[in-house]
Design a protein around this ligand. Sequence first.
Ligand code: PXL
Length: 269
Amino acid sequence: MAKRILTMQDLSCVGQCSLTVALPLLSAYGVEAAVLPTAVLSNHTMFEGWSYLDLTPEIQHIYSFWQKNGFKFDGFLLGYLGKKELMDLAEECFDNFSAEGAKIIIDPAFGDNGKLYGGFDGAYVEAMRHLIRRADIILPNMTEVCFMTGLGYREKYDRSYVERAIEEMKKYTRGTIIITGVELGGKIGEAISCGGEITYVLSELLPRRLHGTGDIFAAVFTAEYLNGASFGESCAAAGDFVADCIRKTPTEHFYGACFEEVLRNKIKK
Ligand code: PXL
């Protein structure tokens, strides 16, 4: 039977990120996707301005019906939450709605390129650092690792810096640590720390960075992993998918990655 996953993140009406990315991808990979939208935004926060309807007050109400209906999930994928109050609600969700062996996958989704996304602060970072103790897998980028551990952010680094970052992260989670967007030796990919071993999945570094690629990576990774692929295989598949999306995105398209055609071609095969 298909795995049922709950993805908890915002719904940005325009912007090819968070739920508008996770839902089509999870479904196309044969995973049943349920959603817990944390907020509705007019568009993501890389645009000039945005409206923000906070759905935090609705969440207990949603949970009460999930309790009545006896829903359980085989996995949780957390992305952009938006408010630190949602971290306690996420824990309540894990406590009440986990099927046996359910996996908790957390993408901290609060920053990139050495900076926090608009609207986030140190208190949010601290709450996320606390939440990841519950994770089976975390998917931070280097920026998020640096904010959570206090390690100084660098544009250029080597394996020993990445491995120091992993050691620091281990203080906060016993889960598998997968650092995404790691750039080493002219390549890009993931550093995977699992059971005392560190492995790398690296491929061609494309000369372009696009918004929302972390969300695409997390969704494909999660689907592949829940469908039985290993960490390395899931990273490779998700990394290749993201690279194809970047290649398909016209230069003038500035606000997200065009994953749609890549997905369509995958379905046609
Ligand atoms: O892609 C991460 C993301 C998700 N949701 C919203 C965002 C961002 C990144 O800026 O603004 C609303």
